[in-house]
Design a protein around this ligand. Structure first.
Ligand SMILES: CC(C)(COP(=O)(O)OP(=O)(O)OC[C@H]1O[C@@H](n2cnc3c(N)ncnc32)[C@H](O)[C@@H]1OP(=O)(O)O)[C@@H](O)C(=O)NCCC(=O)NCCS
Length: 172
């Protein structure tokens, strides 16, 4: 039990299982500007791709989630699909902690680069990956990946490809 009312609740991180898929779906819907995917997609992220995903919980409540996969043509590169932290858990380093937790797994010691996409105005997300590059003592670069007009038929902001790396294996 917490004796100090100002103490932050303990957030535990784990490799997800399909049982968390429905909670992932709810969390993503509460984290604009993330695109909600189908619940079926969230179930696949939490099962087939669980080695490159992480679930953050306070008790039984999901408060953070990272989905990702190894890029098939370049399996040493982790593509971070979505990072979601519920409002009440933000500003405590949780997103950074989740990304580092994926890299620290024994199964992921060969990952030496990260790629993701970020829309130009998502300040929190840029700050997250710039901070991560510093912590991994490496570089960050960006270029257009999916253009608003050319790829999204003007229905979505341009997504910038962000590359972080190369970096050394993260120890658990
Ligand atoms: C982006 C998001 C995941 C950040 O989660 P978080 O747990 O609060 O992030 P962290 O506490 O790990 O912060 C990481 C860095 O970003 C900075 N940061 C976080 N939120 C910020 C904000 N709103 N504006 C500016 N900087 C911010 C932190 O200061 C920190 O910088 P540092 O490494 O130099 O100390 C969270 O705000 C979120 O879920 N947003 C909605 C969904 C989204 O945009 N996801 C990202 C798309 S991939």
């Amino acid at each position: 039990m917490l004796s100090d009312k100002t103490a932050l609740p303990i957030i535990t991180l784990s490799q997800p299982t399909a049982e968390v898929g429905a909670q992932v779906h709810r969390l993503i819907s509460e984290c604009p500007p993330l695109d909600p995917n189908s619940m079926y997609c969230n179930l696949l992220q939490s099962s087939h791709f669980s080695e490159t995903a992480v679930a953050a919980k306070i008790g039984d409540e999901l408060v953070g989630f990272v989905s990702g996969y190894r890029i098939p043509q370049r399996p040493n590169t982790l593509f971070v699909w979505q990072v979601a932290v519920g409002e009440k858990a933000r500003g405590q380093g949780l997103a950074t902690r989740m990304l580092l937790a994926i890299l620290a797994r024994s199964a992921n010691q060969d990952i030496n680069r990260i790629e993701t996409t970020i829309t130009p105005n998502n300040k929190a997300s840029w700050a997250l990956f710039e901070g991560l590059a510093k912590k991994l003592d490496t570089q960050i670069g960006s270029a257009v990946m999916f253009d608003k007009t050319r790829h999204f038929a003007d229905q979505h902001e341009t997504e910038m490809l962000v590359k972080v790396g190369p970096f050394k294996a993260v120890q658990a």
